[in-house]
Design a protein around this ligand. Structure first.
Ligand SMILES: [Ca+2]
Ligand SMILES: [Ca+2]
Length: 159
């Protein structure tokens, strides 16, 4: 009983400060599954985007499932972004795509646009591409684009 009322009052504090409104995600970030996703509204190169995501205790978004992919495609679409950087790269081994945070290969789920990845002039970084209906395209790592960070959901913060 004591625990329950403590939890209740913690929740009330949270509601007061709106920390549960976004299911324990930072303001402006979106909750899906066990992660929070932040859409970077400024454009930057892949490495800089990855660094920004780290500042927010995250990484560039890494997509493991159809559902996560659909959720993030819709987020990119809602921003009408032309290109959105994700956490995949083949910069260290051409043609061998991996997620940057853990070196996991991009497999089995992929959503490459027809004809992609084409490594056109040495493209090594994964993006959603508006020109490809937000399917995946490999793109130039050094060119600025929007980006999506993925971070673990926050614990409810009190006070
Ligand atoms: Ca490549
Ligand atoms: Ca390409």
């Amino acid at each position: 009983m004591a625990t329950e009322s403590l939890l209740l009052s913690l929740l009330s504090v949270c509601v007061l400060f709106s920390c549960v409104d976004s299911q324990f995600c930072r303001e402006g970030w979106q909750s899906f599954g066990d992660s929070c996703y932040g859409f970077g509204e400024s454009t930057t190169a892949w490495g800089a985007a990855e660094a920004i995501c780290k500042v927010y205790n995250g990484k560039l978004a890494e997509i493991e499932t159809f559902e996560e992919n659909e959720f993030l495609k819709n987020l990119a679409k809602s921003k009408q972004a032309d290109r959105v950087l994700l956490g995949g790269t083949d910069m260290f081994s051409e043609g061998s795509w991996e997620w940057s945070s853990g070196g996991k290969h991009i497999f089995p789920f992929v959503d490459w646009a027809p004809g992609q990845p084409d490594d056109s002039s040495g493209e090594d970084c994964l993006t959603f591409s508006r020109d490809n209906k937000y399917q995946w395209n490999d793109f130039h790592c050094e060119q600025a684009a929007y980006f999506i960070c993925e971070a673990p959901r926050l614990d409810p913060i009190v006070g």
